[in-house]
Design a protein around this ligand. Sequence first.
Ligand SMILES: [Zn+2]
Length: 335
Amino acid sequence: MANKTLQFTYFWADEDVMQADFAKKYSQAMTDWAVDFYARYGFDVEVNPPPDNKPHVLPLSKFALQKRDGIRPDMRSSDEQNKALEERRKRVEEDQARSEKAKKQAEAANNGPEVKRLEAELDDLRRKWFAVMDEIIASYNRDEYGLRELLMLKYLNDRIVHGERFTVVFCRFRYTGLMQMRMPERGTTGQTYDKLTQPIVRFYGSSVVLPLWSGSFAIIDPFRGDRRNVAHEAVHAAGHAHPFGQYLQSVEKRYRGRRLPGRAFEPSRDRSLAPDYDDPAFDFDETPHYAWFRGGYDDGPSNDLMNYTLQDPEPTEVNLRPAHVDLMNGAYFAK
Ligand SMILES: [Zn+2]
């Protein structure tokens, strides 16, 4: 069966990134990899700008989103920064729960003035909660919205962004110092942003309004990514997300402090703890042990395109699972 043609458009964050990428031929290697890989499943891959053995920045400069100082997506935001915000959100929620409880007690005691005071306190906490939420949303979206704005300008000025093509932006990612050291030289380091579910506009002064580019697009660090990165992110763009969450791995049982022999649960992704032991004769402690899905590391067999385990595999060493062949045929960028 002849499969469809997958249509990609590449951009670079700025001309420096473009220059450095061309010198090392990293995005070219990712294209070659994707072409060879998808050919095994009967897909053609068509890239704009078309691959060139000796590409030069000057004729391709319209594919740079900015001339210089392009956006460097902050990869800390998904980790450390958000953890700190999560903490703040938790504290506000705890304060809220405490005030709610005190308010109920004051109501029960018919203490009018105290109820009034607590109501004001709750209003204040509600405002604080919204402020924290705004901050969380802003930190999630800062880089994404910046890139969406630039893509929209490309669409308006050059008509080289298309809703029916998979858009990739090559940019240098920013990591914290420690993470920078721990990062492998290569790896699967891209990220795909989903299509916006509602339009977002940006205001310039009082009269100029710019809607942000709303389509799905991927960011890829060409200086760190595996060669399979473009092919990998394309499956995300077609609709596949890595599994995420925790599952019950085993339950340890102790009776009066002594560990009971017994069968641990087989690792299972959907098993939940059933409270079978209400009888006081079975008066022992249970400690459930959970394991986390490690995103891409638990995504299909280790030789699947979407699994992170193999380091920079050849296009013949990993596979596209049948469900993903269907997904790619139905993708918005398949023609
Ligand atoms: Zn992935």
